[in-house]
Design a protein around this ligand. Structure first.
Ligand SMILES: C[C@](O)(CO)[C@H](O)COP(=O)(O)OP(=O)(O)OC[C@H]1O[C@@H](n2ccc(N)nc2=O)[C@H](O)[C@@H]1O
Ligand SMILES: Nc1ncnc2c1ncn2[C@@H]1O[C@H](COP(=O)(O)OP(=O)(O)OP(=O)(O)O)[C@@H](O)[C@H]1O
Length: 285
């Protein structure tokens, strides 16, 4: 990691998991009303930001063939630069660790870490609420990464109530399938009629409403869930394709990962109540 200074520093863009995901209905604009529980993992992409004196925004590293104008990192930087009328620029280098289209929110997390970092680097002084309002223009998952606390979310995922969750270890498996979030949310067979939670969510039956449809469309996800089930209850995150199981210790999670069939990839990580991006950002003076 580069030396952390006010003009050049690195931030993690952590993965998220949806510990449950209920879909309550569809709005007129096509977006869905959700209830979901977000936790962050101590694992993710690494972004390095270096201040420049010209207004240009450069993105280097593992951009995976995503055209610059479509890259959520670039879009986040332009959005903030225009919003705050900033005449500085930035060089951003990405080390991509998180699978794309895997349901762990890599693109949204990259965008959120970019907004958080540039708010500091360019001295924009926007509040987290203001950054989240900008962030939602880039994706429904961006606000939770800006807020940086494990949270119960409603609305399209932007109405957040912070929660404290017990630290767990997760084994996350990527079945090497890319699932388009838009494809799942526009599918006629998606379950979209789960009633809103009443009372304490911890006392209720919780699930991922996308899971049955994704299992049907993508048999590798079904296989992954079945495989994980040998060790612990298994779930899918977001609209897939990653699936996960939770454990009390690192050792238990590691043992599962060691048995992973080599057609899939995976990782283990612990959950954190505060996003590592926030912890790192607060340590930069
Ligand atoms: C599935 C989740 O990852 C759960 O955390 C999110 O709801 C998706 O968040 P995201 O990838 O940031 O979503 P966006 O980039 O805003 O939208 C991707 C696609 O999903 C649909 N979408 C997204 C969120 C939502 N509440 N309802 C939707 O119908 C959008 O219409 C769009 O077609
Ligand atoms: N910096 C980026 N990193 C990853 N994906 C990006 C980035 N910029 C744009 N994208 C586009 O966004 C799409 C979704 O990426 P992402 O990795 O966030 O999916 P996801 O993990 O399924 O997200 P979610 O759980 O929010 O649905 C990718 O297929 C890619 O085309």
């Amino acid at each position: 990691m580069t030396k952390q200074t006010m003009t050049s520093f690195s931030l993690l863009a952590p993965a998220k998991l949806n510990l449950f995901l209920h879909i309550n209905g569809r709005r007129e604009d096509g977006y869905h009303e959700l209830e979901t529980l977000f936790t962050f993992l101590n694992y993710g992409d690494e972004l390095t930001f270096t201040l420049t004196n010209t207004a240009s925004i450069e993105v280097t590293g593992d951009t995976q063939g995503i055209p610059l104008n479509d890259n959520l990192i670039y879009k986040a930087a332009i959005l903030l630069q225009n919003h705050c009328q900033i005449s500085f620029g930035v060089k951003i280098n990405l080390i991509k660790i998180l699978p794309m289209g895997g349901g762990v929110g890599g693109g949204s997390s990259d965008a959120a870490s970019t907004l958080l970092a540039l708010n500091k680097l360019w001295k924009c002084h926007l509040s987290l609420d203001e950054l989240a309002q900008l962030g939602i223009k880039l994706g429904a998952d961006v606000p939770v990464f800006i807020n940086g606390r494990s949270a119960l979310a409603q609305g399209i995922g932007e109405k957040l109530v912070d929660v404290e969750l017990e630290k767990k270890w997760f084994c996350v498996v990527h079945p090497n399938e890319h699932i388009s979030t838009a494809k799942i949310f526009t599918h006629p067979d998606l379950k979209r009629d789960t009633p809103k939670l009443k009372g304490d969510w911890q006392q209720q039956t919780l699930r991922n409403d996308c899971e049955s449809l994704v299992k049907k469309l993508c048999p590798e996800v079904e296989k992954t869930l079945q495989w994980l089930l040998k060790y612990a209850p298994s779930k899918m995150t977001g609209t897939g394709s990653c699936c996960f199981a939770e454990f009390a210790t690192q050792k238990e999670a590691q043992l599962v990962l060691e048995n992973l069939p080599n057609t899939w990839s995976g990782f283990i990580a612990s959950s954190v109540n505060i996003s590592p991006a926030h912890t790192q950002l607060n340590a930069i003076h």
